[in-house]
Design a protein around this ligand. Structure first.
Ligand code: DAK
Length: 258
């Protein structure tokens, strides 16, 4: 499959997805979102891919939704056409893990897409923000919701109400980002983390993702029950037998994803 605004590479069991619209700092136009959906569908369907990395360029992960595309829309256009809603949730609906590797700007829809991923690895040059207030609108792809859950009310309000940017170290302190690495190492670090995840049992990895995400959708008691059921179900997997046998036999496990 060919994409207009995405570069794709398979590295072992990892799918590396690169947003590639440099002249607009990876502004998320409709075609780019279509390409992103298509490549994610392909990764989900490819059983040899166990984990994905989503990144942009060194200067920009993505500078937000395409303002040139949005500016002239009327309310009727946006509402009746369900403007840019279709497909925007795809990243958050993938069952396999996705790592966002962010360098440079992750603004507006760019930050929202990064937050839809399962973790964010940032380069030391990364800048995160929800600047919609500065252009007369509000975050529209989960910014007010995911940011509040990720970094708490006060910092989420600060970012969404003032439009200020957060650098990589502040984002790491606030819990938005899991690790910060030097810019030149970002790609390799993100791929190494993805390869580590991809080396484990794929059904187990997918269950962990499902269980952690359940924490955001349920009360604690229901989340714990859900986790317990999934935990019990791992005892039906060959990979659980293999993983524990390998530990006892002091050898590396060979997971077969079964
Ligand atoms: N859209 C379109 N073009 C953009 C862009 C954007 N968001 N960001 C940058 N560009 C373009 C610039 O227009 C410029 O193009 P030319 O003038 O060369 O043709 C080129 O990229 C380089 O940008 P600059 O010359 O501005 O570069 P600088 O280094 O000086 O500044 C900057 C970089 C990132 C600080 C600046 O470009 C900037 O402030 N960009 C806009 C950031 C922003 O406000 N982003 C939020 C957009 S609103 C939804 C889903 C998503 C959304 C809403 C709803 N649904 C599912 C319902 C999301 C909304 C948003 O993201």
């Amino acid at each position: 499959m060919t994409y207009e605004f995405i570069l794709f590479e398979k590295i072992g069991n990892v799918g590396l997805i690169i947003l590639n619209r440099p002249e607009s700092l990876n502004a998320l136009c409709e075609r780019l979102i279509q390409d992103l959906n298509a490549v994610l569908d392909a990764c989900e369907a490819d059983t040899s891919i166990h984990c994905m990395v989503l990144m942009g360029s060194e200067k920009a992960f993505a500078a937000g939704a395409d303002i040139k595309e949005m500016q002239a829309k009327t309310y009727q256009d946006a509402y009746l056409g369900d403007f840019i809603t279709k497909g925007w949730e795809k990243v958050s609906q993938c069952r396999k893990p996705i790592i966002a590797a962010v360098s440079g700007y992750a603004l507006g829809g760019g930050n929202e897409i990064a937050m839809m991923c399962d973790m964010i690895i940032a380069s030391d040059t990364a800048q995160f923000g929800q600047p919609e207030v500065t252009i007369g609108t509000i975050p529209g792809a989960g910014g007010t919701q995911r940011l509040a859950r990720s970094i708490g009310k006060s910092k989420a309000m600060d970012m969404c109400l003032t439009g200020r940017r957060m650098d990589a170290l502040e984002a790491e302190r606030a819990g938005l980002v899991s690790r910060v690495v030097p810019a030149h190492q970002l790609r390799d670090e993100a791929i190494a983390i993805a390869q580590k995840i991809a080396s484990y049992s794929i059904p187990v990895v997918m269950m962990i993702k499902e269980a952690v995400n359940r924490a955001f959708e349920t009360p604690l008691s229901e989340g714990l029950k859900f986790e317990r059921r999934l935990f019990h179900s791992t005892f039906a997997l060959d990979d659980q037998k293999e993983g524990m046998a390998a530990f006892l036999e002091k050898r590396p496990p060979v997971f077969r994803g079964r």
